[in-house]
Write a protein that binds this ligand. Sequence first.
Ligand code: GLN
Length: 277
Amino acid sequence: MKKHLKTIFAFAMAATMMFAAVGCGSPSEPASDEQNVQSTEGESEGEDGTEAEAPTESGDTLVMATNAEFPPYEFYEGGDVVGIDVEIARAVAESMGKELHVEDMAFDSIIPALLSGKADIGAAGMTVTEDRKASVDFTDTYVKASQVIIVKADNTEITGADSVEGKVIGVQLGTTGDLYASDVTDTVERYNKGFEAVQALSQGKIDAVIIDDQVAKALAADNADVKVLDEPFTEEEYAIAVKKDNTELVEQINAALTELKESGKLQEIVDKYITAE
Ligand code: GLN
């Protein structure tokens, strides 16, 4: 019934993004990567206790920048970063004869890490946007996603995209959710982790959270105080980001992604982390 409205909303958002993107794509806050940086060796290599060396762009390592606060795409399991993106990136690295090295950092530090050469690829449930395309190149897309709203379980007032206007909305800093929220309200609370936004919601500090659909489900699953509104209100696609004009790397990744799609391996990875409804 609301399909038409949703479409209009999505278009409006897309149009607004073109204008709002500049501010959001280059946050004025100082880069916050240093305090959040952690590294982890690939789980398939086993725990041998060796300290990870500083990532290099040497021939045998593919360095992946991510923000491991985004289940089921990237999150910590014990000391390892695991998830859909990590497994896809590891398979891509393998197909290139390289070993994957994961660097965990703030989401808004991922593109700067690519630009400075600190990382080779950004794999972080990252939505392809026109604004980001101005600073990085994207591979083929590998997953579709959408923004959804999380509210308190007993909230009957906010029922969808058309009723969050002017509310206090929590988002993860620098994400598309941040962008959309900024368009519908002046009161956006920005957190480094989606988890912190959901926590603030359950403590009654904010009215709603806007975040990616599968992540919303994962974060809400552990919290009986909140519920996810089913209505998706954007259409987004995730891809791997690389430094601009690194055509060879994009082609290698695309070839690996195609192979993963055709062999059914990609679906297998997704199914391992997301159970169909
Ligand atoms: N898909 C969203 C974006 O690209 C959120 C990504 C994230 O928080 N890891 O902005």
